[in-house]
Design a protein around this ligand. Structure first.
Ligand SMILES: [Zn+2]
Length: 140
């Protein structure tokens, strides 16, 4: 009786172990599939670089996207809130070719933090300008 109970326990333990193993394998397969889909998306979503529109740079090195000839989605972690976001090829194209952003700069803040940072800077500028206006000597 005792022996059979132990065996049942062992069988149950083995069954649980096998179940757990299958669950982990399925999880890994899903993870691999996600990575594959992501890489496919990366390749598909690349946008051509127009080097004639880039801001001039004095650096002797060449940014990766110029060597590659395409902008690709760049995942990054927001330096303010730690959220993961993707800097899209079209956002990069706009930043480098229209806004003439330095070719060695990259996105560091998520959209929400960027908006907040812009508001903070403009508020700081306003306070600074108001302070200057107060300090101005009276016209004599
Ligand atoms: Zn953020």
């Amino acid at each position: 009786m005792k022996r059979s109970k132990q065996t049942n326990g062992e069988i149950e333990a083995r069954r649980r172990k096998a179940e757990e193993w299958r669950r982990i394998q399925a999880q890994r397969a899903a993870e691999r599939q996600r990575l594959r889909d992501y890489k496919i998306a990366l390749a598909r979503d690349e946008v051509a670089v127009d080097t004639t529109r880039l801001a001039p740079s004095n650096s002797y090195s060449t940014p990766d996207f110029v060597l590659r000839g395409t902008y690709r989605p760049e995942p990054f972690i927001c330096k303010d809130c730690g959220v993961a976001e993707v800097w899209t090829p079209l956002q990069q194209k706009w930043w480098y070719e229209t806004a003439k952003g330095d070719v060695f700069t990259a996105a560091v803040r998520c959209r929400a933090c960027r908006t907040r940072e812009r508001a903070r800077k403009s508020a700081a500028r306003r306070v600074h300008l108001e302070g200057l206006a107060r300090k101005k000597p009276p016209v004599s």
